[in-house]
Every structure is written in structure tokens, then in C-alpha cells.
Design a protein around this ligand. Structure first.
Ligand code: MLT
Length: 326
């Protein structure tokens, strides 16, 4: 029997699955202080979402810990190298939340274009601003997807049905994949910005993608420059930090960007007085891409299966730190 810490919550069905496999589940948030005190030494495995940060200092004091499960996709809250060097295998659940993030992305696009959050704020203020809420359609517009993995592919499929032309920039994508979605694959990211009035981000945050969306690139977008009446729109449901948020605020203020919607931010939770929230053409959500009943059930079950496989001596396909394991 293994001891498994579940620190950021998990679907009941998934916890039952771990218990049924004969393991003890301790379902409780562990503070940073307790993590640094070596509390994880008492566990064989830990399952986290994004709130628990497993950095190199935590790993250094977690002797005995053998497996880390990330109930979700992004592993930026785990030091993969330090874990691997300490012999800890890290696994994630990359597929389970795809549909939910696709739906949120399309929701944000539609919400921006049809002024849904702005109209709601105005109604709550007792106003009836019908003329001011005239929006634009997605139909006929160019959608630029930065990264073309599972989520972007799902967004592309829905956007095509809505009549959008799909463009993508993904330096790791075999051209035949873009072709199979009828997407135009750009070789340079700047070329995507020059072509698309609507941009949605679907890549990881890395040194390469940090502030990939910056003032210069936003100024390349054709909406304002070429007088295309729909203007320019940006959505990010991937990771904070890919957009330079100060540059985004400037771009909203000077009209380069017509609307922006973010689910993810450089600092989460948002700091007091976060300025983008004051802009009428901005709306946001608190990192809820995978926060649906269905996604959380699937995420919990997928990660529990992977941890059970690890504890049985297997190596799940979703291992993410293979190159660092000694
Ligand atoms: C993920 O990486 O799975 C999503 O961003 C959701 C989350 O962090 O909880």
C-alpha cells in the first residue's frame, strides 16, 4: 500500500479509484512551509493541480517521494529536472481537459466580439446601450492560432464551422497536420500577426514563448493598420506570460487591439489594482480552462490511472521528465 497526497483537490471518483487499488489517500492542501519542512517524505506519491508548487527546494527535502502526478496539462509548477535527478517520475493528464479549454476559448472569442461581458456590466449599471454594443461576426475573419496541438486543433474545427479562415504558427508541426485541418501554416510568427485580425494562444510558456505577443507584434495585426472594420482581437487560455500584459494594456488604450480576453495571467491570483480590469474592452476569467465537471472527472481518473501504473512498476505514456530521470 502506498501513501498518496492529493493537495489541490480531485474528483471523488478518482480518489475512490486510488483507494480501491489499495492505497491510502490524504486529501489535504499542504502549505509551502510544510512542503519545505519535508512533509512529502511521508508519501510515495503526490497529485497536484496548479496551486501546489513543487520546486527544487521541496524536492531536496522530499526523500521517499517517488511519483508526482499533475492533474492537468501544464507542469510549470513542478521542477521537472530536479525531480528527475532525485529519481522522481512526473506524469500528467494531457488529454482530459482539451474539450473544455476549446469551449472556453471559443466562448471568449464570441464574448469579446459580441460585447457580452461589457453589455452585462452596462445592464448592471442600469443602462440600455444597444447602439454601443454593435459587434462583429467571426464568419469570414482570419483566426491565427499560436501553437497547433490538440486544443488549437479543436478550436480550429469549431472556428471553421463558424466560417473563419484558419492560420497557425507552430515550428514543431508537421505541415501535413496543418493541411488536414485546412490551416495555413506560417513559417514566421510575424507573418501570422500580419495576416490575422483574431489571435488565440495555444503554446506552452517557455523561454522562447515568453512575451511572444509584444507591442511590436500586435502592431503588425491588420485590423487597425489596414482599416479592417472588425479591428484586432486576442484571446489567451494557455499560459500567462506569453502575452506582455503591459504592452497589451497600451495596445488597448491606443486602439491597436480592439478587445482582449485572458483566462491566464503572468501573476495568479491577480495583484490588487490589476490595470487591465479597468479597460472596457477587456474581460477575463480566473484560469478556468479545465474547470468543468467533465474535465475534472477525466483529469482525476487519467492521473489516478497513471499513478497506479507507476506504483505497479510501469512507466505511463504521459511521463513528462523522462530525459532527467537517472
Ligand atoms: C492545465 O494546465 O491543466 C490547465 O491550465 C488547468 C490548471 O492548471 O488547472
Amino acid at each position: 500500500m502506498a501513501r498518496i497526497a492529493v493537495t489541490d483537490g480531485m474528483a471523488t471518483k478518482a480518489k475512490k479509484m486510488l483507494k480501491k487499488a489499495g492505497h491510502e489517500v490524504v486529501d489535504e492542501f499542504i502549505t509551502e512551509e510544510r512542503l519545505l519542512d519535508g512533509e512529502l517524505s511521508n508519501f510515495d506519491a503526490i497529485i497536484v493541480r496548479s496551486a501546489t508548487k513543487i520546486n527544487s527546494k521541496v524536492i531536496a527535502v522530499s526523500e521517499g517521494l517517488r511519483f508526482i502526478g499533475r492533474a492537468g496539462v501544464g507542469v510549470d509548477n513542478i521542477d521537472l529536472k530536479a525531480a528527475g535527478q532525485a529519481g522522481i517520475m512526473v506524469v500528467n493528464a494531457p488529454n482530459a481537459s482539451t474539450q473544455s479549454v476549446v469551449e472556453l476559448t471559443v466562448g471568449h472569442l464570441l464574448a469579446s466580439l459580441r460585447h457580452i461581458p461589457k453589455s452585462d456590466r452596462s445592464l448592471r449599471d442600469g443602462k440600455w446601450e444597444k447602439k454601443a454594443m454593435k459587434g462583429t461576426e467571426l464568419n469570414g475573419k482570419n483566426l491565427g492560432l499560436i501553437g497547433f496541438g490538440r486544443i488549437a486543433q479543436g478550436v480550429a474545427s469549431v472556428a471553421k464551422i463558424l466560417g473563419m479562415e484558419i492560420h497557425t504558427y507552430d515550428p514543431y508541426l508537421p505541415p501535413k497536420v496543418a493541411k488536414s485541418f485546412g490551416a495555413y501554416l506560417h513559417k514566421e510568427v510575424d507573418s501570422l500577426f500580419k495576416t490575422c485580425t483574431h489571435i488565440s494562444i495555444h503554446c506552452n510558456l517557455t523561454d522562447e514563448t515568453k512575451h511572444l505577443v509584444n507591442a511590436k507584434r500586435m502592431s503588425l495585426m491588420p485590423g487597425k493598420k489596414s482599416g479592417i472594420t472588425c479591428g484586432n482581437h486576442i484571446v489567451n487560455c494557455a499560459r500567462g506570460g506569453i502575452i506582455d500584459e503591459d504592452a497589451l494594456l497600451d495596445a488597448l488604450n491606443n486602439g491597436t487591439i480592439t478587445s482582449a480576453a485572458l483566462d491566464v495571467f503572468e501573476t495568479e491570483p491577480l495583484p490588487d489594482g490589476y490595470e487591465l480590469l479597468q479597460h472596457p474592452n477587456f474581460h477575463g476569467t480566473p484560469h478556468i480552462g479545465a474547470a468543468t465537471l467533465e474535465a475534472q472527472q477525466r483529469v482525476g481518473i487519467d492521473i489516478s490511472k497513471a499513478i497506479i501504473e507507476c506504483l505497479n512498476g510501469g512507466v505511463p505514456k504521459t511521463i513528462v521528465n523522462k530525459e532527467f530521470l537517472n
